[in-house]
Design a binder for this molecule. Structure first.
Ligand SMILES: [Zn+2]
Length: 237
């Protein structure tokens, strides 16, 4: 790594995408931070035109800076879509300086926008890793998660509603079953009763509603004779 004089307000450090340039002191908005430099490539020169690397900085239609040289510390500055610095190009002097467009705090990574061409060719295919794009992606993921959760809750609600619709039916069925069971119990009891000699007309379920009804109005007088009968039965068994 190239040495940087301690008087400079930056250092090379680890960033999300490898190495980056970080402020070591507060850098005020508008301050010239560093020059982007390297051999000048003349695109009219066939040899120059064949040179290709990630650090080419196009100044105009003819001149390009080959910033891949080791001494060019500015090549460590990463791209950001919402940067805190910019590349200030003086086309006539063929000079590029990186300038703070916001006040940069110590420890903050310095970055500038590499421009649309670079973005389209190098960053878009792999996905830009700048804070702005990462946040955008995180937001999208959060939204997708929220949407998934919403759909899940909706499905659960629907399922619960359906279960509720079916629940009373099954509940009725259950109660019906209970009724049936008790009915059948009663029936078996009845049958047992009928089996005995003295099942009077007041006995339930005779299939004769009029008699049953009338018997209900005054059941006691007619039930009474049954008492001793049952008692004898109980004692006989
Ligand atoms: Zn970005």
């Amino acid at each position: 790594m190239p040495a940087i004089p301690s008087s400079k307000p930056y250092r090379i450090g680890r960033s999300k995408t490898g190495l980056g340039l970080f402020a070591t002191q507060k850098i005020k908005k508008g301050t010239k931070i560093i020059r982007y430099f390297g051999p000048m490539l003349d695109l009219k020169n066939k040899k120059h035109d064949d040179i290709d690397n990630k650090y080419l900085f196009e100044i105009n239609n003819r001149w390009t800076i080959d910033g891949s040289v080791r001494k060019n510390i500015a090549r460590y500055i990463n791209h950001a879509c919402r940067p805190n610095a910019e590349s200030d190009v003086n086309s006539r002097k063929r000079k590029v300086v990186i300038r703070a467009i916001k006040t940069i705090q110590p420890g903050e990574e310095i970055n500038y926008d590499y421009g649309t061409d670079y973005f389209k060719i190098f960053l878009k295919p792999i996905g830009c890793k700048c804070d702005h794009c990462e946040k955008k992606r995180a937001k999208k993921r959060a939204e997708a998660r929220a949407e998934k959760l919403r759909l899940k809750l909706k499905a659960e609600k629907k399922a619960a509603k359906q279960a509720e619709k079916q629940a009373p039916k099954s509940g009725k069925k259950a109660s019906k079953a209970v009724v049936k069971a008790s009915k059948s119990k009663a029936a078996s009891k009845r049958k047992a009763g009928l089996g005995s000699a003295n099942a009077g007309p007041h006995a339930r379920g005779t299939g004769k509603p009029t008699k049953t009804k009338s018997s209900r109005t005054r059941p006691l007088s007619r039930v009474q004779p049954k008492g001793p009968d049952l008692a004898t039965r109980a004692s006989s068994t």
